[in-house]
Design a protein around this ligand. Structure first.
Ligand code: ADP
Length: 490
């Protein structure tokens, strides 16, 4: 990561402390520890949305400062499974997959119970592929094949060549390290916006050496991510689930919803905060997605503690998670076979090989389904029956009795694997209301001059349930738009 601004900050703090030594009245002390920075565009949050906004603003002629409260950049983006939905005939065509932007629109809209705003979804689906081309123009690489990610409903998820979300963050950081007038200040937490009348003029922040004032000549972009790691907030807004107090999360510890308060204080409208996404895919010990052995939707089933299937494993995320809550201890195993892991060193979406996962006790491996059932302590007859039933649905291409329609290979080739999973809090769909130009609006629908937002901190796109694979295009598309809108603001 680039350290030039951190060094600048430390140097400034040193200078201030030197010239300030000996001054003992409160006023002087405040002055000595305060630093002032100015750029055309100030971005709060250095995850995927914030860094996309920063690069895009810079490409549109702006000087840019990004502040990041953690000691490192990346947010949730860098630790995500990195599935990126886009309609892409050049990749889907050779795989024989039919798709269209309208289908992506329809699945996103209906998959969110028609609560997402159509004009926002349209912007998302139409710009998803151009944003891939934009990333590729900065040398980011995606694999040639697409797949169906959990709850993605269709095979249009692109996977970067680099593991997890590192490809996105590396791409932006590479751009930032090579260009002037675009800086990142880590360990610097945005606290509030500064205003001149109703116009947003900057950010008041707290850095390692004390208060930091950032003046934004053209605009501020809020890109602070969601609030899945803030137990109090998610409990305050939760209306869809049983209590979320004791659930774990897939998120990094910085996902605390700071941007919501920051925006609300200047009159931004917040929408859909009750729309909280859980996944049925958490590590039972940590809530993390790490250790998830699924390799896409088509070739695996879920079995509960009795060894029975209980849901369409290709369904929406909320549908699968609700079904999992009804199972004993809300606990299940992903069951799959050699088709998903042709060799022991084949890796999952989180860069972990199946051999490693078995060795660490995160997955189980056996030559027969009966042996596998014995290892995970489920009824072997039930597990064998569940797999047989799945295999006959593969043969007829479904739909099976759960309504499942996504199939590819049978589960019939040893070794067989099982991996335990439980519900975990993953994504907050609600947040700051924005226009398709990523301008923040107030309760009357009027834009707040100088204020933009992008990424998980915004609301109004995914409705009640976000499709798997739609978060990365969301943060990339709207981050890119927010940066451009801010840079080109009058
Ligand atoms: P998105 O997917 O929307 O980009 P991420 O979680 O990837 O969201 O990134 C959001 C980033 O914003 C994280 O790196 C997080 O630490 C940072 N962040 C959150 N709150 C603040 C704040 N008050 N000031 C500065 N950075 C913040």
């Amino acid at each position: 990561m680039k350290q030039k601004s951190l060094l600048l900050l430390l140097a400034a703090a040193l200078v201030f402390s030197l010239i300030g030594c000996g001054a003992d009245d409160a006023n002087t002390k405040t002055q000595t520890s305060e630093t002032e920075h100015t750029a055309d565009v100030v971005v709060i949050g250095a995850g995927g949305a914030g860094l996309a906004a920063a690069v895009s603003a810079h490409q549109n002629g702006a000087s840019v400062i990004v502040i990041e409260k953690m000691p490192f950049v990346g947010g949730n983006t860098i630790i995500c499974g990195a599935a990126y939905n886009a309609v892409d005939p050049s990749r889907q065509g050779p795989q024989g997959i039919e798709d269209s932007v309208d289908k992506h629109f329809q699945q996103t809209y209906e998959g969110g119970d028609k609560l997402g705003k159509p004009e926002m979804i349209r912007t998302l689906v139409e710009n998803a592929y151009p944003a891939i081309e934009w990333l590729e123009s900065m040398d980011m690489e995606f694999k040639p094949e697409v797949f169906t990610v959990l709850g993605g409903l269709w095979p249009r998820a692109h996977k970067p060549v680099k593991p997890l979300g590192t490809g996105f963050i590396d791409t932006y950081m590479n751009y930032i390290s090579k260009n002037d007038n675009i800086e990142i200040m880590v360990d610097t937490k945005g606290l509030a916006l500064t205003t001149d009348g109703n116009r947003i003029t900057g950010v008041r922040a707290e850095g390692p050496a004390g208060p930091v004032n950032l003046n934004a000549g053209k605009g501020v972009v809020i890109a602070t991510g969601g609030f899945s790691a803030n137990v109090e907030l998610r409990e305050k807004y939760n209306a869809m689930w049983p209590s979320l107090t004791n659930l774990k999360t897939t998120n990094h510890t910085g996902a605390t919803g700071d941007g919501l308060t920051i925006a609300e204080e200047v009159g931004a409208n917040l929408i859909g905060l009750e729309q909280i996404q859980l996944l049925p895919m958490g590590d039972p010990d940590t809530g993390s997605l790490l250790g998830n052995i699924e390799q896409g939707v088509e070739n695996r089933i879920f079995a509960n503690k009795a060894g029975d299937r209980f849901v369409d494993e290709g369904a929406r995320r909320d549908v699968m998670t609700l079904a999992l809550f009804d199972q004993e201890d809300s606990y299940m195993y992903i069951i799959l076979d050699k088709h998903s892991y042709p060799t022991g060193d084949t890796k999952n979406n989180f860069n972990e090989s199946i051999d490693q996962l078995v060795a660490n006790g995160k997955a189980f491996k056996a030559d027969t389904l009966e042996e596998l059932a014995a290892q995970i302590n489920v009824n072997p007859k039930n597990l064998v029956k569940a797999v047989a039933e799945f295999n006959s649905a593969v043969q007829t291409d479904g739909p099976d009795r759960f309504g499942r329609t996504l199939f590819d290979e049978k589960i019939d080739t040893p070794p067989f694997y099982a991996g335990p999973r439980t519900p975990t809090v993953h994504h907050t769909m609600g947040g700051i209301e924005i226009t398709p130009r990523a301008e923040v609006v107030d309760a009357n629908g009027k834009t707040i001059p100088g204020l933009y937002a992008a990424g998980e901190v915004t609301g109004g796109i995914h409705g009640a349930n976000r499709l798997g694979g739609n978060a990365l295009p969301d943060i990339t598309v709207f981050g890119r738009i927010a940066g451009k809108s801010a840079a080109t603001a009058k």
